[in-house]
Design a protein around this ligand. Structure first.
Ligand SMILES: [Zn+2]
Length: 263
């Protein structure tokens, strides 16, 4: 069966026409892409095609969702699974994109058993077994190596949800150690919360202190966008994420023009 799946995927990739000019224009916006070598770029391109083929990307709220926008989302979603495989996104199909932050106005039961409406607005959401929802305005701002990336954030939640509700404990690979993961992430999470409580400025987005699930999603953004900084601040977290994503982005140098832009 595995052989058949591979054959089918090869056909999808070969039949998909992806304008090389559009591909290089869109990928050029992402610092993480520029760190990849040729083989990795080719693998990412295949994943992006499989992603666009298998997922249903729909626009809401009057947004025009053209190929460039879809590509931009797919590239960021697929960097996360570059060395994991497209199967990691198999259990759901839909991505909904709003022009800007959206208010889902979901009803939920509060701790007193009463029904409340959530009036918050969101840049992104990932639903268990359901869609990923994104704000295009925030997607457009992602990718410029500042450690904030709503697409990577929501897709990290999706990986976390492969074993139930997002809790910062995704299913680990066989060669990884659950106790190590737990120890390293708890210590870093506590450290971040303590520093924020003390009024310190943190290198990692303070939103990470919301919960262990948000911590995992936020450090995943940092892992792909500002890997050198994450490795400096939380080296053990970087090492665990490196085992989990099977990538070592800090070991690759950012091209000169980006280093100058960020300097
Ligand atoms: Zn989140």
């Amino acid at each position: 069966m595995f052989g058949f799946g591979r054959w089918r995927r090869r056909r999808i990739v070969e039949r998909f026409r992806l304008d090389p000019e559009i591909w290089s224009r869109v990928t050029g916006r992402f610092s993480f892409f520029l760190r990849l070598d040729e083989a990795e770029r080719a693998r990412l391109r295949e994943l992006v095609i499989l992603f666009l083929h298998g997922k249903q990307l729909s626009a809401a709220g009057g947004l025009e969702l053209d190929l460039e926008k879809k590509l931009g989302i797919a590239i960021q979603a697929c960097i996360v699974i570059l060395n994991l495989g497209i199967e990691h996104y198999d259990s759901w199909v839909e991505i909904i994109v709003y022009p800007d932050e959206f208010m889902p106005r979901q009803e939920f039961r509060n701790e007193h058993g009463l029904i409340e409406t959530d009036d918050a607005s969101y840049a992104g959401q990932a639903w268990l077994h359901g869609p990923v929802i994104l704000s295009w305005a925030d997607v457009e701002n992602a990718g410029d190596a500042d450690g904030m990336n709503v697409v990577i954030h929501e897709f990290a939640h999706k990986l976390d949800m492969l074993n139930g509700d997002a809790n910062g404990f995704p299913p680990l690979h066989r060669e990884m150690n659950r106790a190590d993961w737990s120890k390293v992430f708890s210590a870093a999470y506590e450290d971040l919360c303590r520093r924020l409580d003390a009024g310190e400025e943190t290198e990692i987005d303070p939103y990470a202190s919301e919960s262990p699930a948000e911590f995992f999603a936020v450090v995943s953004e940092a892992f792909f966008e500002i890997p050198d900084l994450l490795r400096t601040v939380y080296p053990d977290v970087y090492a665990q994420l490196s085992l989990f994503y099977r990538q070592d982005p800090a070991s690759r140098e950012l091209p000169r023009e980006w280093r100058l832009r960020l300097a």
